[in-house]
Write a protein of this length. Structure first.
Length: 435
């Protein structure tokens, strides 16, 4: 096995105010029919095994306040040389951020897609700017796996005005009370098209479509507004995609950003979304679906929430779709110590261990409801790097439901790696112990 390369990625967030244009798409493309959708090919070849990592600078480095996020191929990379070269050339300089009290940029990297057609991931970024509200953004990165070239909207989509129109429809459905919902769909499509043409549209290519991110001040002047998202899916919006990118794998895994509603595969409704967030009261899985049509003809949205009462200081969620139609949510949980733990007089090492416990939770989403699956909680997607203190977080990325890696906590690292697959009940099933 060849030595892995760490691919350090440049960190840059874009925050801009976008206006409107005088032109607007005048026609609305119809949804594709079920018959059209069934003609799509599904075989995209072998998923690419990846790992992601984050590197935080040490406080004592003073002027070197930096934060790196990166991707590395988890295995021999000869077959993916064009992609490897492109990511390596993406930049190794990290943004100098923060002040003497520490970095003010927090970064997370979520891989939406990694197969023989495309590699697509999102960088989730936030910077504290003083006061009650910071700045935040999601930046999508999309690459052609075979050539390593960065994908543009024109590479993936047929027609920008038509694309803007479909995104506007989804935005109005997802956020019927949003501050940008004041005119017609065409009015909103004007604004979306302007953002796209000025290069300010952030997006990812997902296993079953694409998701568009509208960061601060792009759709609303409200500094307290969330990042608005709109997902187009192949089965509903396939006519927007170039033929090459109009196909879904028959089974896949997709990391998702916490607190970001995603429309991926859940149910038949165009309003079916999932959002995962956590706090010390539990992991909250929020399902959105269609409700009654409003007086303006726009479908309203209703939500149901499932809460798993586990104290959490952070989560790393992964959506999983199996070839036979089963659907799961894998969530790596950073367990929050209980208040009484801080009163027991533990030594520093014990408290560090308590504050860095990771557990894996699995939830079955197949039948529309959410049900927790019995799972060995000692599994984790986090891969500890014992040889590099400056790289505190290293994650295995689930890209193939039938072949992925987990670690087992509580044993030496050299004995911890497990090659797994999704079992019959959804829980990970160990294929082999990797030594």
């Amino acid at each position: 096995m060849k030595r892995h390369k760490k691919l350090a990625l440049a960190i840059a967030a874009s925050f801009a105010l976008f206006g409107a244009v005088s032109d607007a798409p005048q026609s609305f493309a119809p949804f594709c029919t079920a018959a059209e959708a069934s003609d799509f090919e599904t075989d995209l070849g072998t998923p690419i095994p990846l790992r992601t990592y984050s590197v935080y600078s040490k406080p004592e480095w003073a002027a070197e306040k930096r934060h790196f996020s990166g991707i590395l191929i988890d295995g021999p990379s000869d077959s993916w040389l064009p992609l490897t070269v492109t990511l390596e050339g993406y930049g190794v300089e990290a943004s100098a951020v923060g002040d003497e009290e520490g970095p003010d940029v927090i970064e997370s990297l979520y891989v939406h897609r990694a197969d023989s057609l495309a590699v697509s991931f999102a960088e989730s970024q936030a910077a504290y700017g003083g006061g009650m509200r910071g700045r935040f953004a999601v930046i999508g990165r999309n690459y052609d796996t075979a050539t390593g070239a960065a994908l543009t909207l024109d590479d993936v989509f047929i027609n920008k005005p038509m694309l803007a129109n479909e995104v506007a429809i989804v935005l109005r459905r997802n956020y019927p009370d949003g501050p940008f919902v004041s005119g017609t769909v065409t009015d909103l499509a004007v604004k979306v098209l302007k953002i796209m043409e000025e290069g300010g549209c952030s997006w990812t290519l997902d296993p079953c479509g694409a998701t568009f991110y509208f960061n601060m001040f792009s759709l609303s002047d409200d500094p307290y507004a969330p990042i608005y998202t709109a997902s187009l899916t192949f089965d509903v919006n396939g006519f927007c995609f170039q033929e090459k990118y109009r196909h879904a794998p028959d089974q896949w895994c997709m990391e998702i950003e916490p607190r970001t509603p995603m429309r991926a595969f859940l149910g038949d409704s165009v309003l079916s979304t999932i959002e995962v967030k956590s706090d010390v009261n539990g992991i909250h899985i929020i399902r959105g679906s269609a409700a009654a049509t409003g007086s303006d003809g726009i479908l309203n949205k209703e939500e149901t929430t499932f809460t798993d009462p586990v104290r959490s200081n952070g989560i790393h969620p992964v959506l999983v779709k199996m070839r036979d139609g089963r659907k799961y949510l894998y969530v790596d949980v950073l367990i929050a110590p209980a208040p009484e733990d801080y009163e027991k007089g533990y030594d520093a090492q014990t408290m560090t261990e308590l504050e860095n416990r990771h557990e894996l939770r699995v939830y079955d989403l197949t039948d529309g409801d959410v049900r927790r699956v019995d799972c060995d909680s000692s599994f984790t997607l986090r891969n500890e790097l014992i040889f590099a203190e400056e790289a505190p977080k290293d994650w295995f990325v689930m890209t193939d439901p039938e072949n992925f890696k987990l670690n087992v906590t509580g044993v030496p690292l050299r004995e911890a790696h497990r090659r797994c697959r999704v079992g019959a009940n959804g829980a990970p099933e160990v294929i082999e112990v990797i030594r």
